[in-house]
Structures are given as structure tokens and as C-alpha cells.
Design a binder for this molecule. Structure first.
Ligand code: UT7
Length: 332
């Protein structure tokens, strides 16, 4: 075991299902309108996985693309962490299913549950293994088939979510100025607020019955307004703390990649951090909220669009059920 190392992102990849569900389509399902959804959330459309596609299928494709970008064979990956709240099954882990699909035969695999903060949490967990020299390489995934948890009769929630997957290849690196280096990370949780955002049924607290499926207890329930307030406060604070731990200031930020839940939340955070809109990456207009997948998908798109250049400081910041929150600063 060699140490200490730094962790660097050496490849990114994402996969979004082809089928598009527009605000107009949703207006045919529930009493809503394109105007309401756009102005209250910023979402115009979202992607929907096909019935044959499970979360692992989306994740496996994102991983293949990330490995391709890193020019690394799957057989070299030593660790796979999949952040998801929509696993293929309770067990085995979706990370194990992905391992089988991509042929990463050497990897140790497990899932991580931290809702929409899951990807940033998983990066931090993987980083501990890499920085301490236990493993040399990791695939960190954020993947969701969130529409499998949506109540299509609830206009408060069904307009918000979509499916998708993103992944990064993290590598242990001995060089202090490796590109894609993770400079800092912070995480937090508040378990007194579990009831504000949850899927109440289907777990051990409320095992699936015909009756509770009828009551839609197996779908997302959210107190939107309360969640909104906590999201703004926690993400702003986490962003400041991650910057401070990296020894950086707000002015040093080249690009913020926030969790994509609501454009009004993103604008409020940018406002608090004093950042102009060109320094904030937004793609929720096209994808909606894909929970753990929003940040790795956005990171991959930002890289492919040339929005991130060598030397740039990139801030990732997330918030989700639990509540959980997390932020991480990268130097590209
Ligand atoms: O990813 C994890 C973190 N998640 C979040 O951060 C989400 C946070 N919350 C939000 O983004 C927002 O709270 C929502 C987008 C969910 C809701 O927006 P809001 O501005 O907080 O609306 P609201 O829940 O206060 O509802 C306002 C009105 C209500 O009608 P009344 O009671 O004023 O007559 C709702 O019934 O809007 C109504 N409404 C809708 N109307 C048309 C709620 N959903 C819809 C809809 N279409 N889809």
C-alpha cells in the first residue's frame, strides 16, 4: 500500500435515454401547464427510460463512455460506487450489476444512498480509498430511473423528475498538479427532516402491499416549499465551506455545477455566491431533476462543450433527501 496520493478525474461520461417527455405531454396527464412548469422550475422536458432499461443499463453506458474518455480498460477499475435511490433491485447492488455488464472483473462494488447528494458523497468516499493508497482507480456513478418512483397523478412531483446516468473515472495520482484534481469536499446530513422528501412505502418500515401501492406510498412524496428553503441554505453554506477548505475564494470559481432541481434554487445560490449566470451550468431545462445523476451528467456535458478548461476551478454542490448536502472543489 503506497500513500499519500491525490484523486483526479481522468474521464467523464453520461447517458440519457432517447425518449423525451415534454411539459405539453404532462399537461395531458395532470392539471398543469408548460407555463407553470417553466416559470416555477425552469424545466421544459425530461428523458424517460424505456420499460426494458433499468438503472444499471443507463449507468453501464455512462461508465463505458467515461472509460472511453479516460482511455482505460474496464478490467483496470478497482472500485465501483453507484449512487442511486432507484437501484435495479434491493440487492444485489446496482454497482455489482454494472460491474457484470461492463466487465470490470477486478472491481469491488457497492451502492451509496444519499439521494440527490449521492454522487458528490460517492466521489468523497472513493477519494478516501484512492488518497490512502488502498485502490488506484474508481468508477463513481450517479444513475437513476427516477420515473419508476413517480406518481403520474401528483402534479406536485411528476413534473420534476427524469431518468439518466453520469459517471467519472477517478485515479490516484502522485502529482500535485494533475488535471481534474479533487481539492476539497464537504458533506452534511440532517436526519430530523427525513419526512420532507421520501418514498414512504416499499421498505422495511412499510413493506409493499396491494393497499399501499394503491395509495401510491411507493412513489416520491415531497414538501416542496420546505425542501426549497433548506436546499438554498445548505447548498450555499456547503459551497462556501468547500471553497474555504480548498483555500479559495468565490472569485476563483470558473464554473459551478449545482444539483439541477429547480432554476430558482440555482439562481438563489448563484446570487448568494455573487456569481454571474455564465459561471453556472444549467441543463435542467432539458433533463429535469435526475437526482444523483444531475451533477455527473452536467459535468460530462460541460467538459464536452468546452466549458471547462485546464486550470479552471469547478465547484460541485448538491442537496437531497435525508436531508443530505455536499460540495466539492476541483482544479481542472
Ligand atoms: O432534488 C432534491 C431537492 N428538491 C428540491 O429542491 C425541490 C424543491 N422544491 C421546489 O422546487 C418547488 O417547491 C416546487 C417546484 C416543487 C413547487 O414550486 P412552489 O413554487 O414551491 O409551489 P408550491 O408547492 O408552493 O405550490 C404553489 C401552487 C399550489 O397551488 P395553490 O395552493 O397556491 O392554489 C400548487 O397546488 O402551485 C400549485 N402547483 C401546480 N400548479 C400547476 C403545484 N404543482 C403544480 C403544477 N402545475 N405542476
Amino acid at each position: 500500500m503506497s500513500s499519500p496520493c491525490v484523486s483526479s478525474i481522468v474521464g467523464t461520461g453520461s447517458y440519457m435515454p432517447e425518449k423525451v417527455l415534454t411539459n405539453e405531454d404532462l399537461s395531458a396527464l395532470v392539471e398543469t401547464s408548460d407555463e407553470w412548469i417553466r416559470t416555477r422550475t425552469g424545466i421544459c422536458e425530461r428523458r424517460i427510460a424505456s420499460p426494458e432499461q433499468a438503472t444499471s443499463d443507463l449507468a453501464a453506458e455512462a461508465c463505458r463512455r467515461a472509460l472511453d474518455n479516460a482511455a482505460m480498460p474496464a478490467a483496470e477499475v478497482e472500485l465501483i460506487i453507484c449512487a442511486t435511490v432507484t437501484p435495479d433491485m434491493f440487492f444485489p447492488s446496482t454497482a455489482c450489476v454494472v460491474q457484470g455488464k461492463i466487465g470490470a472483473s477486478k472491481a469491488v462494488c457497492f451502492d451509496l444512498s444519499a439521494a440527490c447528494s449521492g454522487f458528490v458523497y460517492a466521489m468523497q468516499v472513493a477519494r478516501q480509498f484512492l488518497n490512502s493508497g488502498v485502490y488506484r482507480s474508481a468508477l463513481v456513478i450517479g444513475a437513476e430511473k427516477l420515473t419508476s418512483l413517480v406518481n403520474w397523478k401528483d402534479r406536485n412531483t411528476c413534473v420534476l423528475f427524469g431518468d439518466g446516468a453520469g459517471a467519472v473515472v477517478l485515479k490516484a495520482d502522485d502529482s500535485a498538479d494533475a488535471p481534474g484534481r479533487v481539492l476539497s469536499a464537504v458533506m452534511g446530513s440532517d436526519g430530523t427532516l427525513v419526512n420532507l422528501l421520501k418514498v414512504p412505502g416499499g421498505g422495511s418500515a412499510c413493506p409493499t402491499t396491494a393497499e399501499n401501492v394503491e395509495q401510491r406510498l411507493n412513489t416520491v412524496h415531497m414538501e416542496g416549499r420546505e425542501t426549497f428553503k433548506h436546499a438554498v441554505t445548505r447548498m450555499s453554506a456547503a459551497a462556501e465551506e468547500a471553497l474555504s477548505r480548498a483555500g479559495l475564494k468565490r472569485e476563483d470559481i470558473s464554473l459551478v455545477i449545482p444539483h439541477q432541481a429547480n432554476l430558482r434554487i440555482i439562481d438563489a445560490i448563484a446570487d448568494r455566491l455573487g456569481l454571474p449566470s455564465e459561471k453556472v451550468f444549467v441543463n435542467l431545462d432539458r433533463y429535469g431533476n435526475t437526482s444523483a445523476a444531475t451533477i455527473p451528467v452536467a459535468l460530462d456535458e460541460a467538459r464536452r462543450q468546452g466549458r471547462i478548461k485546464r486550470g479552471d476551478i469547478v465547484l460541485l454542490v448538491a442537496f437531497g433527501g435525508g436531508f443530505t448536502w455536499a460540495a466539492s472543489v476541483l482544479r481542472w
